[in-house]
Structure formats: C-alpha cells, structure tokens
Design a protein. Structure first.
Length: 276
C-alpha cells in the first residue's frame, strides 16, 4: 500500500488540540524537547488511554491493568500530557518539564513518573521488555494486554527484530505493537538513513498479523486496535503512518524539531495560535 502525505492531512479535533496544549505547557519554561516525536504519536496515545487500555490512575500498580511501554522514550511529552490528563499526576507538574526538581525528564522513568511501566530512551529495548511482560502474563493465564509503541528509526536496532522473532514463536496474542511510521529519524529521512521498505512484508515474514492505518485518524485507530484475526494466535503489528510534528505546519517533517532547543517566543506563539 502506498501512503500519500495528503492522506494524513486531517483537521485536528478539539481534544487533539487540547492535548497538544499540554505539550506546549511542557516547553513554555524549558524551551526544549523532542517536539516532533511527541506530536506524531499524540493521537495514538490518546486513543489508547481514552478507549483501549485498562488502568487506574489512583492505583498505578493495580494488578488488572494493561501495560503500555513507550519504547521511543524521547516522545515522552505526549505520554506526560495524557497521563496528566487522566489524573496520574497534577497538570501543574507539566510546567516544570526537565526542571532540576522535576520528575518529568526528557525520557520517562519507571518508579519516578506515575503510570510509566518501563524506563526507556535508549532505543531498541522497549519491545524486549514488552515481550517478557506479555510472556509472563500468558504463563500466569492473565488477560492483561501489553502495548508497545516503537519509533520507525528505532527499527534500525537488531534487538527489535530478535524481540519480533520471540513474540511470534511464543504466540503472544496479548501483545500489540504500534509503529510510529513518520518516515524520519534524528539523522534524516528513513529512506536515506536505512530503508525499511517493504516493511509490511518484513513483519508478515515473521508470521505476524499486520495492519496499516492513518495514525492521526481517531476512528481508524480505534477500529484497528480492537480488530480480531480469525485463526490467528499471535501478536498484532500496526504500522501507523504519521507526520512528524503533526499540528504545527512549520514543524511538520522538519528535522529541526526532532529535538528543538531554545524555542523562541515567536515559535511558541505560533504554535499556540495553531491549536486555538
């Protein structure tokens, strides 16, 4: 399937704009962060926490919870936004993002940020963690789901493919793997750094169920997350076509905003206008 950039141009609804305002709260004082990487996954984490995952913000280690692992930890501003929105911690903490006394660092840390299941940021490890958790839950005959969100640049890591092999071997039907396929990584376009195509066929060769979706389309995300495969008992991989920097035109597909330092008042004002 050929995905055209035009297919991903959707008008953001009020909730997506609101969640982006919580990302802006995080950079208002810090004036830095992996902005583009957070914006490309905002709709994905929104649907996960609004419609799919089981959790209790008042009881973060509740045994019946589903597990979400943001393997591309540098996209954490999107995760912090939804966790604050869901009451895992006060929204007021967002304004101290990356501050000296803040628990909200540039990458999420378990046992430090309420609601974070795994410390991530060193790319290539989140899926292995997720496979281990999913296998443990399966052995215990527990029904909890495990969701891992990977970056496309992260697919360069060999440990990721070892984890895909293991997930297939152990038929981990409780494991859902989302790929943030925004076609860019820190060093440049995926097609130039290390081409991943044909990506869908790669996953299928591992005997994995694979879907492709518009990663900014709320209805499409929701429908695909709950999709069932007849006569298939293994992990489901969803290739989510997204736009890096989605929502702020000057940041979209702009590598300068992969990690942006010294964000100016003018830039912040322009972003604020875009979500009003």
């Amino acid at each position: 399937m050929i995905w055209l950039f035009e297919r991903l141009i959707l008008v953001l609804d009020a909730r997506s704009k609101y969640l982006r305002s919580l990302i802006l709260d995080q950079i208002a004082l810090s004036r830095r962060g992996h902005l583009g990487s957070a914006l490309s996954i905002m709709e994905l984490v929104r649907v996960l926490y609004d419609n799919f995952l089981k959790y209790r913000s008042s009881d973060i280690w509740w045994e019946g919870r589903d597990r979400f692992i943001l393997s591309k930890g540098h996209g954490c501003m999107a995760l912090y936004a939804i966790l604050a929105d869901k009451g895992f911690f006060s929204k007021s903490h967002l304004q101290n993002f990356c501050g000296e006394s803040s628990f909200l660092g540039g990458h999420p840390e378990r046992n430090k940020v309420p609601g974070v299941e795994a410390s991530t940021g060193s790319l290539g490890h989140g899926l292995s963690i997720g496979v281990g958790i999913a296998l443990s839950l399966k052995i215990k005959n527990m029904s909890n789901k495990v969701v891992v969100l990977l970056g496309d640049g992260e697919l360069n890591e060999g440990s990721i493919w070892e984890a895909f092999l293991s997930s297939s071997k152990h038929k981990l039907s409780n494991l859902l793997i989302l790929i943030d396929y925004n076609k860019f990584q820190s060093a440049g376009p995926i097609s130039e750094v290390l081409e991943m195509e044909p990506l869908k066929k790669k996953f299928q060769s591992f005997n994995l169920a694979v879907s492709e979706i518009n990663g900014h389309d709320i209805q499409e995300i929701t429908k695909t997350l709950t999709k069932k495969y007849s006569n298939y008992y293994g992990p489901h991989v969803i290739i989510c076509h997204t736009i890096k920097g989605k929502g702020f035109k000057f940041a979209e597909n702009n590598l300068e905003y992969h990690h942006k330092n010294n964000i100016t008042d003018a830039e912040l004002n322009e972003m604020t206008k875009a979500i009003k």
